[in-house]
Design a binder for this molecule. Structure first.
Ligand code: SF4
Length: 460
């Protein structure tokens, strides 16, 4: 009973969050920055922020995450961090030789009001930024938004710093994948390749945060979108932005700056969302859907048909990032499951409306919460009052799962106590099959555990 103080009685709270369903903006900025090839993320703040953000990413991806820090002391907290950042930029390019330094701010440097553009200009005047190398930045105060906001801000910065308008258009389609796993990014690229669509994906953390073990340490693994690719995104035919919260701002910025039309779609998690993504690719690139993709879809439909009986009517509690939640909700509803509690700590417009649409009017009892009042404590209280059959969310749900004895599938960020999430996709038809497999097997394990002797079946 680790959460023994969670009561069944729900008291309205307006100024207290207990176990928020979100984390810091800079973590997202750091993750996005790692999706640029040869990029060294830099945290403009105190060492503690950087250590926390790096360790969270390292624990989730099981990879060493490199990032530098301005190492604020009491002096920088009072007088500002300009001299620390100037020194840091010089050190980073001299010692670690990155292609790009991606600076993000923290609560402290935002409160002081450090002007990163002015400091980077000064570093350039001093000759600390070698020719052909870049310093980009995103403002990521953690007292607003969440890790997803930070991801979105750094992705938008890639457009602001590198894209340039051109009448000379290429055949490429930009894909802004949103905050998904490296394996998801790889799978989306593979689907595009199978459809013969030339793409530029940004950011792209595949082969960065799921790089193979080669026996030698690579400071900059081979993956990531390159600077030369980022310089070409303004020449692409169109942009497909996956996930309103994480990707729409970058796509809009590119349209404003370079007149590249865009479409914002939900993440391709589940049958319908993947159908829409494939259809959109087909239309925008004017290509046919190959048989291999049609076959994958057929397998998913077959699996749903075979196992639907074990999913029907199951009540589920979901928490995590808005873009993931909307697509998952739609998928669960299509499986005739009941996502009854849906929680995200990430603020932002349209989430409630998008979730409502994903629920398709089929789960009238569903309760959706967003923002500071959407915390794990409240979700636990609701579960105590009206239990669920399955929990789906990040590692922080394990306490509720244990206390309430509810089957639990880890999904989202962060997952610090299991493996596999960064290697196996949940997007696309194959990803949906993997997600289904996890749900069905988890529910069947529980059925076996609880079955009385006389109905303990060999074949399910
Ligand atoms: S909340 Fe602010 S001060 Fe705390 S770790 Fe995050 S960025 Fe740093």
């Amino acid at each position: 009973m680790l959460l023994r103080h969670t009561t069944k009685d729900v008291a309205e709270r307006s100024a207290l969050t207990v176990n928020p369903a979100k984390t810091c903006q800079p973590i997202g900025a750091m993750y996005a920055a790692l999706g640029i090839h040869g990029c060294l993320p830099h945290s403009h703040g105190s060492q503690g922020c950087c250590a926390y953000h790096r360790s969270t990413l390292t624990r989730h991806y099981k990879e060493p995450v490199m990032a530098a820090t301005s190492s604020f002391t009491e002096g920088s907290s009072v007088f500002g961090g300009q001299s620390n950042l100037l020194q840091a930029i010089n050190n980073m390019f001299t010692i670690y030789e990155p292609e790009v330094v991606a600076v993000h701010t923290t609560c402290l440097s935002e409160t002081i009001g450090d002007d990163i553009v002015q400091i980077a200009d000064k570093a350039n005047e001093k000759g600390s930024i070698p020719a052909g190398k870049y310093v980009i930045h995103a403002n990521t105060p953690s007292y607003v938004g969440s890790h997803v906001t930070g991801f979105s801000n750094m992705t938008k910065a890639m457009v602001s710093y590198f894209a340039s308008p051109s009448d000379d258009k290429l055949r490429t389609i930009n894909i802004v994948p949103g905050w998904v796993e490296p394996a998801d990014m790889r799978h989306i690229k593979m689907l595009c390749k199978d459809m013969s669509v030339d793409t530029i994906m940004f950011p792209d953390t595949s082969d960065v945060l799921d790089a193979p073990q080669t026996g030698s340490h690579e400071m900059y693994p081979k993956g990531g979108v390159t600077v030369s690719q980022l310089k070409r995104i303004g020449k692409s035919q169109a942009t497909i932005a996956l996930g309103e919260t994480a990707s729409a701002d970058a796509a809009k910025e590119l349209d404003v700056k370079c007149k590249v039309p865009f479409e914002v779609m939900e993440l391709p998690i589940g049958l319908k969302a993947t159908d829409r993504f494939i259809n959109s690719l087909r239309k925008v690139a004017r290509v046919e859907v190959p048989e291999s993709i049609t076959n994958s879809r057929g397998k998913l439909v077959d699996m749903i048909t075979d196992m639907h009986q074990y999913l029907h009517g199951k009540r589920v509690a979901l928490w995590g990032d808005p873009d993931q939640l909307v697509s998952l909700t739609e998928f669960l509803v299509d499986l005739d499951m009941k996502p009854v509690y849906i929680f995200t700590g990430t603020p932002g417009k349209k989430f409630l409306e998008r979730t409502e649409k994903a629920l398709q009017g089929k789960v009238p009892e569903a309760k959706v919460r967003q923002g500071a009042n959407a915390d794990m404590f409240l979700m636990h209280q609701w579960i105590k009052n009206e239990p669920v059959d399955l929990l789906i969310g990040n590692t922080y749900g394990k306490y509720i799962a244990r206390d309430e004895d509810i089957p639990f599938i880890r999904h989202g960020f962060p997952i610090m106590d299991r493996v596999g999430h960064s290697y196996f996709p949940t997007v696309g038809y194959c990803g949906a099959m993997r997600f289904l497999e996890k749900m069905i097997n988890t529910l069947l394990d529980r059925k076996d555990r609880d079955a009385p002797e006389e109905s303990f079946e060999l074949t399910l």
